[in-house]
Design a protein around this ligand. Structure first.
Ligand code: AMP
Length: 225
Protein backbone atom coordinates (compact mmCIF):
# COMPACT_ATOMS: atom_id res chain seq x y z
CA UNK A 1 0.00 0.00 0.00
CA UNK A 2 1.12 3.54 -0.75
CA UNK A 3 -0.15 6.84 0.62
CA UNK A 4 1.39 8.72 -2.30
CA UNK A 5 -1.32 8.81 -4.92
CA UNK A 6 -1.33 10.41 -8.36
CA UNK A 7 -4.85 10.64 -9.79
CA UNK A 8 -4.61 10.74 -13.55
CA UNK A 9 -7.39 11.19 -16.10
CA UNK A 10 -8.98 13.55 -18.60
CA UNK A 11 -10.98 16.60 -17.51
CA UNK A 12 -14.29 15.29 -16.19
CA UNK A 13 -12.98 11.83 -15.29
CA UNK A 14 -13.86 12.39 -11.62
CA UNK A 15 -10.39 13.08 -10.22
CA UNK A 16 -11.62 15.83 -7.91
CA UNK A 17 -14.47 13.74 -6.51
CA UNK A 18 -12.25 10.72 -5.93
CA UNK A 19 -9.51 12.87 -4.40
CA UNK A 20 -11.97 14.23 -1.83
CA UNK A 21 -13.03 10.67 -0.87
CA UNK A 22 -9.42 9.50 -0.68
CA UNK A 23 -8.39 12.46 1.43
CA UNK A 24 -10.83 11.51 4.18
CA UNK A 25 -9.69 7.94 4.05
CA UNK A 26 -5.91 8.33 3.82
CA UNK A 27 -5.74 11.54 5.87
CA UNK A 28 -3.36 12.96 3.33
CA UNK A 29 -3.70 16.38 1.68
CA UNK A 30 -5.57 16.74 -1.60
CA UNK A 31 -3.28 18.72 -3.88
CA UNK A 32 -5.09 19.94 -6.97
CA UNK A 33 -3.01 22.11 -9.29
CA UNK A 34 -6.23 23.46 -10.87
CA UNK A 35 -7.50 24.60 -7.44
CA UNK A 36 -4.09 26.07 -6.55
CA UNK A 37 -3.98 28.05 -9.79
CA UNK A 38 -7.59 29.28 -9.38
CA UNK A 39 -6.74 30.38 -5.83
CA UNK A 40 -3.79 32.40 -7.06
CA UNK A 41 -5.98 34.06 -9.68
CA UNK A 42 -8.62 34.87 -7.06
CA UNK A 43 -5.96 36.29 -4.73
CA UNK A 44 -4.62 38.48 -7.54
CA UNK A 45 -1.05 37.22 -7.16
CA UNK A 46 1.58 37.83 -9.81
CA UNK A 47 1.50 34.12 -10.73
CA UNK A 48 -2.29 34.37 -10.98
CA UNK A 49 -2.04 37.20 -13.51
CA UNK A 50 0.45 35.23 -15.58
CA UNK A 51 -1.69 32.08 -15.83
CA UNK A 52 -5.24 33.48 -16.05
CA UNK A 53 -5.44 33.92 -19.83
CA UNK A 54 -4.14 30.43 -20.58
CA UNK A 55 -6.46 28.81 -18.06
CA UNK A 56 -9.55 30.64 -19.23
CA UNK A 57 -8.78 29.56 -22.80
CA UNK A 58 -8.49 25.91 -21.74
CA UNK A 59 -4.73 25.73 -22.43
CA UNK A 60 -2.18 24.26 -20.05
CA UNK A 61 -0.06 26.50 -17.87
CA UNK A 62 3.71 26.33 -18.53
CA UNK A 63 5.57 23.38 -16.99
CA UNK A 64 8.10 25.46 -15.03
CA UNK A 65 5.35 27.44 -13.34
CA UNK A 66 3.40 24.35 -12.29
CA UNK A 67 6.47 22.31 -11.32
CA UNK A 68 7.73 25.07 -9.03
CA UNK A 69 4.32 25.43 -7.41
CA UNK A 70 3.95 21.66 -6.85
CA UNK A 71 7.48 21.20 -5.47
CA UNK A 72 6.76 23.95 -2.94
CA UNK A 73 3.51 22.30 -1.91
CA UNK A 74 4.87 18.73 -1.69
CA UNK A 75 7.68 20.01 0.50
CA UNK A 76 5.22 21.16 3.17
CA UNK A 77 4.97 19.21 6.38
CA UNK A 78 1.42 17.89 5.89
CA UNK A 79 2.48 16.09 2.68
CA UNK A 80 5.38 14.24 4.31
CA UNK A 81 3.53 10.94 4.88
CA UNK A 82 1.29 11.03 1.85
CA UNK A 83 -0.58 13.14 -0.68
CA UNK A 84 -3.24 12.88 -3.32
CA UNK A 85 -2.18 14.68 -6.47
CA UNK A 86 -5.06 15.69 -8.72
CA UNK A 87 -4.42 17.14 -12.17
CA UNK A 88 -0.63 16.85 -12.00
CA UNK A 89 1.41 15.73 -13.89
CA UNK A 90 -0.27 16.74 -17.13
CA UNK A 91 2.72 16.68 -19.49
CA UNK A 92 5.68 14.34 -19.90
CA UNK A 93 8.19 16.95 -18.62
CA UNK A 94 6.00 17.37 -15.51
CA UNK A 95 5.96 13.59 -15.02
CA UNK A 96 9.76 13.47 -15.35
CA UNK A 97 10.10 16.29 -12.85
CA UNK A 98 7.79 14.56 -10.37
CA UNK A 99 9.53 11.19 -10.73
CA UNK A 100 12.92 12.80 -10.01
CA UNK A 101 11.51 14.69 -7.03
CA UNK A 102 10.04 11.47 -5.59
CA UNK A 103 13.10 9.32 -6.38
CA UNK A 104 15.39 11.78 -4.60
CA UNK A 105 13.29 11.21 -1.47
CA UNK A 106 12.84 7.46 -1.89
CA UNK A 107 9.07 7.81 -2.29
CA UNK A 108 7.14 5.26 -4.37
CA UNK A 109 3.93 6.62 -5.77
CA UNK A 110 0.92 4.86 -7.30
CA UNK A 111 -0.59 6.36 -10.42
CA UNK A 112 -4.30 5.69 -10.82
CA UNK A 113 -5.67 6.24 -14.28
CA UNK A 114 -9.42 6.98 -14.23
CA UNK A 115 -10.46 5.85 -17.70
CA UNK A 116 -13.65 7.45 -19.07
CA UNK A 117 -15.13 7.44 -22.58
CA UNK A 118 -15.44 10.68 -24.55
CA UNK A 119 -19.26 11.05 -24.46
CA UNK A 120 -19.44 10.63 -20.70
CA UNK A 121 -16.75 13.28 -20.31
CA UNK A 122 -18.65 15.88 -22.34
CA UNK A 123 -21.89 15.18 -20.43
CA UNK A 124 -20.14 15.45 -17.09
CA UNK A 125 -18.31 18.66 -17.82
CA UNK A 126 -21.37 20.41 -19.23
CA UNK A 127 -23.44 19.48 -16.15
CA UNK A 128 -20.80 20.26 -13.56
CA UNK A 129 -21.58 22.75 -10.79
CA UNK A 130 -19.51 23.66 -7.73
CA UNK A 131 -20.17 25.42 -4.46
CA UNK A 132 -17.90 28.50 -4.47
CA UNK A 133 -17.81 28.48 -0.66
CA UNK A 134 -17.07 24.85 0.34
CA UNK A 135 -15.96 23.34 -3.00
CA UNK A 136 -18.55 20.51 -3.05
CA UNK A 137 -19.06 19.21 -6.58
CA UNK A 138 -22.45 18.46 -8.15
CA UNK A 139 -23.73 17.41 -11.54
CA UNK A 140 -27.17 18.50 -12.69
CA UNK A 141 -27.74 15.07 -14.28
CA UNK A 142 -25.92 12.50 -12.16
CA UNK A 143 -25.58 14.22 -8.77
CA UNK A 144 -28.05 17.09 -8.49
CA UNK A 145 -28.29 19.15 -5.28
CA UNK A 146 -31.44 18.66 -3.18
CA UNK A 147 -32.59 22.23 -3.95
CA UNK A 148 -31.98 23.33 -7.51
CA UNK A 149 -28.91 25.51 -7.88
CA UNK A 150 -28.03 25.56 -4.18
CA UNK A 151 -25.36 23.74 -2.18
CA UNK A 152 -26.72 21.00 0.13
CA UNK A 153 -24.18 21.83 2.81
CA UNK A 154 -24.30 25.61 3.10
CA UNK A 155 -27.09 26.83 0.78
CA UNK A 156 -24.64 28.88 -1.35
CA UNK A 157 -25.61 29.46 -5.00
CA UNK A 158 -23.77 26.90 -7.15
CA UNK A 159 -21.41 28.16 -9.86
CA UNK A 160 -20.29 26.99 -13.30
CA UNK A 161 -16.54 27.08 -13.71
CA UNK A 162 -15.25 29.64 -16.18
CA UNK A 163 -13.62 26.87 -18.24
CA UNK A 164 -16.66 24.55 -18.32
CA UNK A 165 -18.16 26.40 -21.32
CA UNK A 166 -18.49 24.25 -24.42
CA UNK A 167 -15.74 25.78 -26.58
CA UNK A 168 -13.30 25.80 -23.67
CA UNK A 169 -14.18 22.18 -22.85
CA UNK A 170 -13.25 21.24 -26.42
CA UNK A 171 -9.88 22.99 -26.05
CA UNK A 172 -9.22 21.30 -22.70
CA UNK A 173 -9.91 17.90 -24.23
CA UNK A 174 -7.60 18.74 -27.15
CA UNK A 175 -4.87 19.66 -24.68
CA UNK A 176 -5.47 16.36 -22.90
CA UNK A 177 -5.11 14.33 -26.11
CA UNK A 178 -2.01 16.17 -27.29
CA UNK A 179 -0.11 16.77 -24.07
CA UNK A 180 -1.49 14.66 -21.25
CA UNK A 181 -2.41 11.26 -22.70
CA UNK A 182 1.27 10.59 -23.66
CA UNK A 183 2.13 10.74 -19.94
CA UNK A 184 0.55 7.28 -19.59
CA UNK A 185 3.10 5.87 -22.02
CA UNK A 186 5.87 7.60 -20.08
CA UNK A 187 4.74 5.89 -16.85
CA UNK A 188 4.43 2.50 -18.59
CA UNK A 189 7.89 2.59 -20.11
CA UNK A 190 9.45 3.99 -16.94
CA UNK A 191 8.12 0.92 -15.10
CA UNK A 192 6.30 3.00 -12.44
CA UNK A 193 3.28 1.60 -10.64
CA UNK A 194 0.27 2.43 -12.82
CA UNK A 195 -3.25 1.09 -12.27
CA UNK A 196 -6.20 1.58 -14.58
CA UNK A 197 -9.70 1.98 -13.12
CA UNK A 198 -12.76 2.05 -15.38
CA UNK A 199 -14.66 5.17 -14.31
CA UNK A 200 -17.05 5.53 -17.26
CA UNK A 201 -20.42 4.49 -15.95
CA UNK A 202 -20.20 3.53 -12.26
CA UNK A 203 -21.30 5.97 -9.55
CA UNK A 204 -18.46 7.67 -7.63
CA UNK A 205 -18.79 5.32 -4.61
CA UNK A 206 -18.28 2.27 -6.81
CA UNK A 207 -15.26 3.85 -8.53
CA UNK A 208 -13.90 4.65 -5.09
CA UNK A 209 -14.26 0.98 -4.05
CA UNK A 210 -12.25 -0.03 -7.11
CA UNK A 211 -9.53 2.49 -6.25
CA UNK A 212 -9.36 1.18 -2.68
CA UNK A 213 -8.91 -2.35 -3.99
CA UNK A 214 -6.23 -1.20 -6.39
CA UNK A 215 -4.20 0.52 -3.67
CA UNK A 216 -4.86 -2.25 -1.20
CA UNK A 217 -6.85 -0.22 1.30
CA UNK A 218 -9.67 -2.25 2.76
CA UNK A 219 -11.19 -0.55 5.81
CA UNK A 220 -11.80 2.72 4.22
CA UNK A 221 -14.40 2.40 1.48
CA UNK A 222 -17.27 2.45 3.98
CA UNK A 223 -15.78 5.07 6.29
CA UNK A 224 -15.61 7.59 3.50
CA UNK A 225 -19.36 7.60 2.75
P1 AMP B 1 -8.36 21.31 -13.49
O1 AMP B 1 -9.09 22.00 -12.39
O2 AMP B 1 -7.44 20.25 -13.02
O3 AMP B 1 -9.29 20.83 -14.59
O4 AMP B 1 -7.40 22.43 -14.17
C1 AMP B 1 -7.95 23.60 -14.73
C2 AMP B 1 -6.91 24.30 -15.59
O5 AMP B 1 -5.76 24.63 -14.80
C3 AMP B 1 -6.36 23.49 -16.74
O6 AMP B 1 -7.20 23.53 -17.89
C4 AMP B 1 -5.02 24.20 -16.97
O7 AMP B 1 -5.21 25.44 -17.63
C5 AMP B 1 -4.57 24.50 -15.56
N1 AMP B 1 -3.78 23.37 -14.98
C6 AMP B 1 -4.13 22.59 -13.91
N2 AMP B 1 -3.19 21.68 -13.66
C7 AMP B 1 -2.22 21.87 -14.59
C8 AMP B 1 -0.99 21.23 -14.86
N3 AMP B 1 -0.56 20.17 -14.14
N4 AMP B 1 -0.25 21.69 -15.91
C9 AMP B 1 -0.65 22.74 -16.64
N5 AMP B 1 -1.81 23.39 -16.45
C10 AMP B 1 -2.59 22.97 -15.42
Amino acid sequence: MSNYIVLFGSPGSGKGTQAKLLKRCLQAPHISTGDMLRERIAQGTELGFRVAARMHAGALVLDDTVNGMVAGRLGQRDAKDGFILDGYPRTTPQAQFLCEWLDERGIREVVIHLAVDYNSIIARLMGRRQCPRCGTLYNIVSRPPKREGLCDLDGEKLAIREDDREEVIRERLNAYDRQTRPVLEFYRTAGRRLTEVDASSDPPEKVFDKICQAIDVHDCAQDAR
